[in-house]
Design a protein around this ligand. Structure first.
Ligand SMILES: O=P(O)(O)OC[C@H]1O[C@H](O[C@H]2O[C@H](CO)[C@@H](O)[C@H](O)[C@H]2O)[C@H](O)[C@@H](O)[C@@H]1O
Length: 259
């Protein structure tokens, strides 16, 4: 059950140390056909910039994108105050004034077999109109946004069967016109837990639009605020219609926290 948000936003704004953790695709930015061409709406970007300037307020993007791609589409540079968690909770970037997390040791064997699986997935969708494979830091994503429903289903079942045979231990997740296969099993819940610890947040606002965001939304605690962007089943207590209404909500949060 979701609710109107004005009152709950004013309530979470009163917390001592606030973490505002936001998904990127479909949340900060509308979805598009070409993933690397996507950018935040000016309205969401402006609201986030205001929040990030407030005292005792941390803003983070928590994305399924690999970190390098997230930094490009978020127009993020080394002076940015925005914390980043990429690859569904596995990769981390922190502002210069904050201790940088120690990067994971690469698992060389997994990387080699991942590269082979990416190639096999690419071969398996060759000739299927609109289906393509995005190599990622810990596996790959199969995109079917531009495929017909039948072609999308055919691409997914071919790749599913290949991964089930070659790497049954990999995590499979689905999202909007996407299926992702990764040898790391973390989810956005792990990313948010880490951010909560590092910032000693007394409350968390998390907003997201897709199935993978539900890992984080389900992990929220009493006093936090979960926001679902758009339709779909959710554990969030509040729903907004899309990124533009999310920008209104974040602006109201900034107003309330600044006053
Ligand atoms: O966790 P997110 O920040 O929401 O990232 C999830 C995936 O986003 C990208 O795919 C989605 O957005 C694309 C661009 O709008 C769209 O074309 C695609 O249909 C969506 O599924 C990205 O390409 C993936 O790597 C991310 O995991």
């Amino acid at each position: 059950m979701t609710a109107q948000w004005a009152e709950v936003v004013r309530s979470v704004a009163k917390t001592e140390r606030l973490l505002v953790a936001l998904d990127f695709d479909g949340t900060m930015a509308p979805l598009g056909d070409e993933p690397m061409a996507v950018r935040a709406l000016p309205e969401t970007a402006a609201a986030v910039a205001r929040l990030a300037e407030l005292p005792d307020t941390t803003v983070a993007f928590v994305s399924g994108r690999q970190l390098a791609d997230l930094r490009v589409i978020a127009a993020h540079d080394d002076r940015s105050p925005i914390w980043l968690t990429g690859s569904h909770g596995v990769e981390h970037w922190r502002p210069a004034a904050v201790a940088q997390p120690v990067p994971d040791q690469a698992a060389a064997g997994e990387e080699v077999s991942a590269a082979a699986l990416v190639e096999e997935a690419q071969r398996s969708v060759e000739g299927i109109d609109g289906a393509w494979v995005e190599p990622k830091a810990y596996g790959f994503a199969l995109h079917t946004r531009l495929a017909s429903p039948d072609d999308g289903a055919r691409a997914r079942s071919g790749v599913d069967a290949m991964v089930a045979e070659r790497a049954p231990e990999w995590r499979r997740r689905t999202g909007k016109d996407i299926a992702e296969y990764t040898w790391r099993h973390e989810g956005k819940d792990a990313g948010v837990a880490r951010l909560r610890d590092e910032t000693a947040a007394t409350a968390v606002l998390f907003a997201g639009d897709d199935v993978t965001d539900e890992d984080a939304l389900r992990s929220l605690r009493e006093g936090d605020l979960g926001v679902r962007v758009g339709d779909g089943e959710t554990a969030a207590s509040v729903r907004v219609s899309g990124p533009l209404e999310l920008a209104e909500l974040l602006t109201a949060l900034a107003d309330a926290r600044a006053s």
